[in-house]
Structures are given as C-alpha cells and as structure tokens.
Design a protein around this ligand. Structure first.
Ligand code: GLV
Ligand code: MN
Ligand code: MN
Length: 412
C-alpha cells in the first residue's frame, strides 16, 4: 500500500513551526509578517509537489493538480496556517502539510488521479484578527456577513487593507465563493485538540460532527470615579458587575448544563488604573454545543442573567452577537471511507465529535465533508504545549492519503 514520506512530513512540520516561533509559543496571527512567511513557505511546497497555486479574493491559498481530462469535480483537502496568540505547532499546520505530503507522495510514485485535487489554506481560521473566525472558508462557502467586509482591527486598519497584503481583494470577495458542482468531497486532517484519543490510546478519530458556536461582545458600563472618595454604596462599578457576568457564563455550562462549554477569553478594563473605579469592561463570551437549540438556550439564559445584573449593580450591559456557526455533521459516506481506510491500515479507531471549530464546517455547506483526528498529548491545544508525536502525525496523513485514493476511485 502506498505510504507517505514520514521524515519529509515531520521535517516540514518543524520548518513551518519555526516561522513565528517565539519563547511563548507560535505567533502566526493572520495577516502578520509571520503568517505571510508561513503562507509563502507552504506555496513553495505546493509548487514543488507539481500544483498550480493561486490566491483568491479572500486570501485563501488554493493549489490545484489536474491529471485527467474526465471533467470530474475536485476533491479538496486543507486547513489553516494561522495560529492563536501563543499557540501550538500542529493546529491547522498538520492538515495543510499533510495534504501537500499526499500530493507529493502521488507525484513521487508517478500516480495520477481521476479527480482534480485541491489543497486549500484558509485565511484567518482562528479569527484572532478582527474577531471574524473561519474567515476564508466562510467566504468560500458564501457565508460572509456584512461585518466581514467592513471590520477594522485594533490599529484602525481595515480588512480590505489586510487582505491586500496577502493577495486578496475585499471588493471582489464574492468571487471567492465556490459552488457544490466544483467539489466531489472535502477532507480535513487535524489534531483532536481534546483528550479522548490520547487517554484511550486510539490512533485515529473519525469525526461525527463539528460543534456549533455563538460569539458575543459584551460591554458592561458603569461610572468611572475616585476610588478613595466614592462610598461603597454609591458606586457603579463595571468590573464588579463583570465578575458576575463572567461567573454566569461558566455556570450556564456547568451547574445549569444548558450547553457543553462556555468561555470568557478576553477582558478589557477601562480606564484600568489602580485608583479609579472601573467605568467600563469589555468581555468576549462564547457558548458551544452540538445543537443550535442548546446554543440559543444558553445565549437566552445569558441575556436574562445580564438584565438582572444591570439592576443589581446599576450598570448597563450591551450584548452584540458576532456570529453563530451552526453545528456541522460530517457526511456519512465520507466517514465510512475514512473508517475503512483506517481499518485497512490497521489503526485503532473511534468516532467522536469535534469540540473545536474547523474550516470543514464551512466546506460542509457546499460539499460532502469528513474529518480525521489524531491524538493531542494530554488534550492540550491553543497552547505552546500542544504536541502530537511524529508517529501519530504520520498515521493521520496515511489515513488521509488512503481516503483520498478511495474517494478518487469511488466518487463521481
Ligand atoms: C478554533 O480553533 C476554535 O476556536 O475552535
Ligand atoms: Mn485548527
Ligand atoms: Mn485553533
């Protein structure tokens, strides 16, 4: 059976992992110089693998290899190369480099495919920049929202400017949309980012569904005043109210079990001075679950709690929804091909949902999508301690290759 070159795969993983590497972890935030360097590195590997490379209006890197004139739609594979701040070396990178390794392996073996193959590297998957996540894949799936076209970063630079830096063009973003007739299927290999496979000692995960998520910007406004002279009973302390807002996010997911997880990941206190009662606190809130109903239920409950906190603390709380990504089931037929490929290769296998978001959930809107997971040591991710062994990375890419070949033979 055809196998990938494990040494080459793990070398390219380490090479990409040096781009943007800092003492505190990976720092390849979308649109940053390190992200641009990472994208250029990946483009050079794609060219070496014999693919033609282009960048679409959303800044997605798209490499294509066409061997036959049959006119079949493409099989897509891919992921992202941007990272969260202080992130790890494997999140996204494995899916991109694994897909390129599959194409390079086919080239080395002189093998051709019936379907064109596309390797896709999506812009700003993490959404760290502009807080607009899955940016490139949503553009590809026609899921752009108004704010996606007008957002401005903390330095006042517009998305249009940032896209220009990576070869995109916001005024033509609708040209990035791909239609169902362009793809036969889509595969994404990714590290699990959770503990299940590592704890159970299972080599390969077949993803059942990708969790949904709602994101919110929450702004708590009180009144900034003197910390020494304002009596405790006369304060409108935005931070005190915000601590209860934050606790409620956790409680909704734990004590109240309204959704699977709830997180506050960002807090900004203003004016953030030792001797001033905080007048304003901005926080990010997200809830995730495998059903849209439960995500909505958690968000409704959160609004209700905030209303009560406004009265109690004499503050105002504005809640702005910044996007609801629906849960995305993976396609049964593609899942069956993934499981067959893993079994054929002799790997232990388990089916599990994805708690993280992925570009595959956008691609599932336009084609049959499937995801392959490999173990994350101790379930750590979005952290410099994120680690997947070279052997597990290799196993995952071999399953990706086998699944690609099986899809190529079986799909029309
Ligand atoms: C993407 O990595 C996410 O936040 O799930
Ligand atoms: Mn990822
Ligand atoms: Mn991530």
């Amino acid at each position: 059976m055809l196998s990938i070159n494990a040494q080459r795969l793990n070398d390219t993983l380490q090479s990409l992992g040096r781009i943007g590497e800092t003492q505190g972890g990976m720092q390849r935030i979308a649109f940053s110089p390190a992200d641009v360097e990472g994208r250029e590195f990946v483009k050079s590997l794609m060219t070496e693998a014999g693919m033609s490379v282009r960048v679409d209006a959303a800044g997605n890197v798209i490499a294509r290899k066409v061997d036959s004139e049959v006119g079949l739609p493409a099989i897509g594979m891919g992921s992202h190369t941007d990272t969260v701040p202080k992130g790890g070396k494997y999140d996204g990178a494995l899916g991109v480099l694994g897909a390129i390794e599959c194409v390079q392996t086919l080239k080395d073996a002189g093998m051709t495919t019936r379907h064109p193959i596309e390797v896709l590297v999506y812009t700003n998957e993490e959404g760290t920049q502009f807080r607009r996540w899955l940016y490139g894949s949503r553009a590809m799936a026609g899921l752009m929202e108004d704010d996606d076209l007008t957002c401005v970063d903390e330095l006042g630079v517009s998305i249009g400017e940032r896209l220009k830096d990576i070869g995109g063009d916001v005024s033509r973003i609708s040209e990035a949309v791909r239609t169902p007739d362009e793809f036969s299927a889509y595969l994404e290999l990714h590290i699990e980012q959770g503990p299940v496979l590592h704890q159970t000692g299972i080599a390969i995960g077949d993803v059942t569904a990708i969790t949904g998520r709602i994101g919110m910007n929450v702004s708590v406004r009180g009144f900034a005043n003197h910390a020494g002279t304002t009596p405790m009973g006369h304060r409108r302390d935005a931070l005190m109210a915000a601590t209860h807002v934050i606790q409620s996010v956790n409680r909704i997911a734990t004590d109240e079990e309204m959704c699977r997880v709830g997180t506050v990941g960002m807090v900004e206190v203003s004016p953030n001075a030792e001797n001033v009662i905080p007048g304003r606190v901005d926080i990010s809130v997200e809830f995730r679950d495998e059903t849209t109903e439960r995500i909505r239920q958690a968000a409704d409950r959160f609004r209700e709690i905030c209303q009560r906190l406004c009265q109690h603390w004499d503050v105002t709380i504005d809640i702005e929804e910044i996007g609801l990504a629906s849960p995305a089931p993976m396609h049964d037929e593609i899942r069956a091909f993934i499981r067959d490929s893993a079994r054929k290769l002799g790997f232990s296998l388990s089916s599990l949902p994805s708690g993280a978001g992925h570009d595959a959930q956008s691609m599932a809107e336009i084609t049959r999508a499937g995801m392959i997971f490999v173990p994350s040591v101790n379930g750590i991710s979005h952290s410099p301690h994120e680690y997947t062994s070279p052997e597990d990375c290799t196993n995952g890419v071999n399953v990706l290759l086998q699944t690609l070949l099986t899809l190529d033979s079986n799909l029309d």
